[in-house]
Design a protein around this ligand. Sequence first.
Ligand SMILES: Nc1nc2c(ncn2[C@@H]2O[C@H](COP(=O)(O)OP(=O)(O)O)[C@@H](O)[C@H]2O)c(=O)[nH]1
Ligand SMILES: [Mg+2]
Length: 169
Amino acid sequence: MGKTTLVGAVSEIVPLRTEALVTNASAGIDSLAGIESKSTTTVAMDFGRISLADDLVLYLFGTPGQYRFWFMWDDLIRGAIGAVVLIDTRRLEDSFAAVDYFEARNLPFLVALNQFDDAPQYPIEDIRQALAVPADVPIMPIDARRREPAKEALVRLTEYALQKVTRGY
Ligand SMILES: Nc1nc2c(ncn2[C@@H]2O[C@H](COP(=O)(O)OP(=O)(O)O)[C@@H](O)[C@H]2O)c(=O)[nH]1
Ligand SMILES: [Mg+2]
């Protein structure tokens, strides 16, 4: 949760949003356990843009993490600088597959922790262990509603991705 919010907070163009209700068709597929108050979930994509410097513009694509949307990821990761895995600490297990996906494809990724008010707060190193994320992967708490921390996460991801490229792995 927080993908639409995050893209909206940082994008300098009006974000393009496609959102649809979770219907009975997906009952049993999308577990709403622990997030009963949320009646919709993203079923398509958010698109935005942010300029980090005159010669550095990021295009942002927000897509859901569930396995049935991975067909979109396979296209999006072509030419991508990296990925932000936005984590809800109330449903940590939902993020395992996304972490595996980016690791397996060697795409630099950063883990952003969405701090929901009622969400359990864990030390960052506990999250790293729970997700089995390698030590060099940045993990940052963010508030997707606020532009500055959200932008900082994107800057950090870009730096991290550049580091990986220049070190040649
Ligand atoms: N407290 C808090 N609420 C957030 C944060 N990010 C998103 N939300 C709220 O969570 C709800 C779902 O966010 P949304 O961006 O639509 O999730 P999406 O399904 O991933 O696109 C909205 O009501 C947001 O206002 C955050 O970082 N902190
Ligand atoms: Mg959304």
